[in-house]
Design a protein around this ligand. Structure first.
Ligand code: ADP
Ligand code: ZN
Ligand code: ZN
Length: 725
């Protein structure tokens, strides 16, 4: 006899189907079982789900399609994972099936039962070599020899003695349930605290698992090295796995299986790792928790940091959020109840750097007092020159890649606008192209102005490419202590496109081959460079004029993080007789972003920002969502949003009175790839209210999209807790 199975599948994104679908099945499926099911003409991966609370009666005479097969050899995804998926779907206004399936490794989606069975088959034992030659034999035996040890033997873990601040923080983590906000200066040794916390949970239970997240793929190899060095001797090299989008599909499947089966004890990854199947999860670390890349910016727009906190509370795993510049949300949440704050997180502070390294001295250069048009003010150039001569390294930060953001004709006013976007095409000198950073449209640089034929078209503004070229020229007669000429290099999205390029360039920096590194925010955070004594932000001001209320917070974080790359090794700085400095060239030296930076005073900066947010009724004191519509015309996009508001009013949706809906406006970059974009902000004083309203509204948005007059709509989406507005 046949049973009804409820299967979460990825239905086409904007079909209104939000709930798991019903199928016939020969057997009763345990929730979490992986299956393949027919949908339309295709066969898709699905996850068996619990029956809905109020099952709809099936229409009379309806023939359910049958589950095609149950994927063999895998334990069902556990209840904790399913709760996480269901919560994320509910909170971020997506379907359960979409979140569930996109949380699984891509390769699993396309595998037949036979392929999976083959993949899961135990490896054939390696033939013992006839004559055991040492190196070779060890190599062959390796994959089997390092099965995770059942009982840990703490003595084998090499570790350093904790500083007093680290020890105090660690014992607080041991004694309290959390969640914790570890507020530790750059270079205060936060990673060492994470290592200890992980070690503690692994030792406490032979099956416990830990999840450690970092914002950027480029930080994972470094982290992987530190964790593998620490834990592989005791738990085996397979106990530590990575999960990020830079891995191949087979690698991702391998890591996922290791986590799902419990073989992996530690999962390191980027935001996607928050959805890893971790049946014995006991600890979650979110490093650099303030970082914007924890927020997914397409599809389901989830915050991996927020989901980590939710998952930890739900499954009883401890959660540590770490940062030198916490998000204002987390800072607020950790403000102690004794001081009238919410006290939801326990704030732990590590103000000092390891080894008494001083935080860099911050020098603000008032560009109003410097020669006009100088990219590098004379005092900054001199400070960089001195460092090259002493063999020290400098890092020059500019958050704009390419040679110049726009080409310009002084005769007729022509600018290198992208024909498909409301944005300029960026001039890349290296390959003589104009490239749009929004839609990717690329052209050869014209020989003369397309408007008037003037052969003198000029680059306007500076990008990293130009900075690198300029520095090479300015430093061409400067020598390093070994008599060789100064070496300037650049790291940004353009120089690191080739596989392995970034790691190579970072290695050159670590080894001291490079004297001056020009880079975007890619190099500003996380890296433990030992010989940098100068960091300079040459043109940070533009961020101050942004209309986004989070812009000052982001700029402050970036500069604090960048400053954190200087003077990390106290012994080196002292031996050099040098001092660590952070230079900021600005036209607005009295801006509070810079004055707070000068005193390394995050708490003062945060307090001021939070007061402004409170006065203006902004997050974290209010809750926001954005509804966005993309269409062929701006009018159509806005008409859809207006109609959506009207539909909510006409239907008198619950909670409508408690949600403020702003009128639709064009987005900052209004047109991308010939699509016009408009958005509408929603605000409420309660998270729950906003969420419940959205849940009621969602079906109306789907319905509206299907109406004839809104055919020009290309897509619409909801972004809950948006990071930029
Ligand atoms: P953060 O993550 O806070 O910026 P790291 O964890 O990278 O700082 O630590 C900075 C440096 O100090 C690293 O090189 C690390 O190996 C070293 N370090 C950390 N803790 C200790 C310790 N207790 N004793 C000696 N060195 C340490
Ligand atoms: Zn012209
Ligand atoms: Zn474009």
């Amino acid at each position: 006899m046949s049973h009804i199975a409820h299967i979460a599948v990825q239905t086409p994104v904007h079909s209104a189907v939000g709930e798991p679908l019903s199928y016939a099945c020969e057997e009763v499926l345990a929730p979490g079982t992986l299956v393949r099911v027919p949908l339309g003409k295709r066969e898709l991966l699905g996850v068996a789900w619990e029956p809905p609370a109020e099952p709809l009666p099936l229409p009379e005479g309806l023939e359910l399609r049958s589950v095609a097969c149950v994927l063999p050899g895998l334990a069902p995804l556990d209840a904790g994972w399913r709760r996480l998926v269901a919560f994320a779907a509910h909170y971020y206004q997506r379907s359960v099936g979409e979140i569930a399936v996109s949380a699984l490794p891509p390769q699993l989606r396309d595998m037949t039962a036979e392929q999976l069975a083959r993949r899961l088959a135990p490896p054939k034992p390696a033939k013992p070599p006839k004559k055991p030659r040492k190196g070779k034999a060890e190599e062959e035996a390796a994959p089997h020899a390092v099965e995770p040890a059942a009982a840990p033997t703490p003595a084998t873990i090499p570790s350093v003695a904790l500083s007093a601040e680290q020890a105090s923080v660690f014992s607080q983590i041991e004694q309290n349930p959390g969640p914790f906000l570890l507020y530790g200066s750059t270079g205060s040794g936060k990673t060492e605290v994470y290592l200890r916390a992980v070690q503690a949970v692994l030792e406490a239970s032979p099956e416990a698992q830990a999840l450690v997240m970092v914002p950027e793929i480029n930080l994972t190899p470094q982290l992987e090295q530190r964790f593998t060095a620490r834990f592989a001797p005791q738990y085996g090299a397979q106990a530590v796995v990575s999960m990020h989008s830079g891995m191949t599909n087979p690698q991702r499947l391998k890591s996922w299986l290791a986590a799902h089966t419990g073989r992996a004890r530690i999962v390191l990854g980027t935001r996607m790792a928050v959805f890893a199947s971790l049946p014995r999860l006991a600890l979650i670390v979110v490093d650099e928790e303030h970082d914007a890349s924890y927020k997914q910016q397409e599809g389901a727009r989830y915050s991996a940091r927020d989901l980590a906190v939710w998952r930890g509370r739900d499954t009883g795993a401890k959660v540590i959020l770490g940062s030198a510049t916490p998000s204002l949300e987390s800072w607020h949440a950790s403000s102690p109840a004794a001081e009238g704050g919410p006290g939801r997180y326990l704030r732990l502070a590590m103000p000092s750097r390891i080894g008494e390294a001083a935080l860099p001295r911050v020098r603000l250069v008032d560009m109003g007092q410097q020669p006009r048009k100088a990219v590098f003010s004379p005092p900054l150039l001199e400070a960089i020159t001195m460092r090259v001569q002493r063999g020290e390294q400098s890092l020059i930060l500019l958050n704009r890649r390419g040679f110049a953001p726009v080409l310009f004709c002084a005769d007729c006013g022509w600018k290198s606008d992208c024909p498909h976007c409301s944005a300029h095409q960026v001039f890349h000198k290296g390959d003589r192209t104009l490239r749009c950073h929004h839609c990717g449209f690329t052209q050869r640089v014209p020989h003369a102005c397309p408007g008037c034929g003037n052969p003198d078209i000029l680059p306007l503004g500076k990008g990293t490419e130009q900075l690198e070229e300029e520095l090479e020229r300015l430093l061409r007669n400067v020598q390093r202590p070994d008599g060789k000429p100064a070496r300037v290099a650049r790291i940004d999205a353009d120089t690191t496109r080739a596989k392995g390029a970034l790691q190579e360039q970072l290695a050159a920096m670590h080894s001291g081959d490079i004297d001056v590194l020009v880079g975007t925010q890619m190099v500003a955070k996380g890296h433990d460079f030992r010989r940098i004594t100068l960091v300079a932000a040459v043109q940070p001001d533009s961020a101050l004029y942004s209309s986004d209320y989070r812009a000052p917070e982001r700029l402050f974080c970036l500069l604090m993080q960048a400053a954190g790359r200087a003077g990390r090794d106290a012994g080196y700085v002292a031996a050099q007789g040098s001092r660590a400095e952070m230079w900021v060239q600005t036209h607005d030296p009295l801006n509070t972003v810079y004055t707070a930076l000068r005193s390394h005073d995050y708490p003062a900066f945060a307090a001021r920002q939070l007061q402004e947010r409170l006065d203006a009724g902004m997050p974290p004191y209010a809750f926001q969502a954005i509804v966005r519509a993309d269409a062929r015309t701006q009018e159509a996009a806005q008409a859809f949003l207006n109609a959506a508001t009207q539909a909510a009013r006409d239907a008198q949706l619950p909670y409508l009175d408690e949600v403020f809906i702003y009128p639709p406006i064009p987005m900052a970059v209004q047109r991308v790839a010939n699509v016009e974009r408009a958005q509408m902000l929603l605000e409420a004083t309660s998270r729950g209210t906003l969420l419940r309203f959205l849940n009621h509204w969602q079906p109306w948005l789907h319905w509206l999209r299907g109406q004839g007059e809104h055919r020009p709509i290309v897509r619409w989406l909801v972004d809950v807790d948006p990071l930029s507005i």
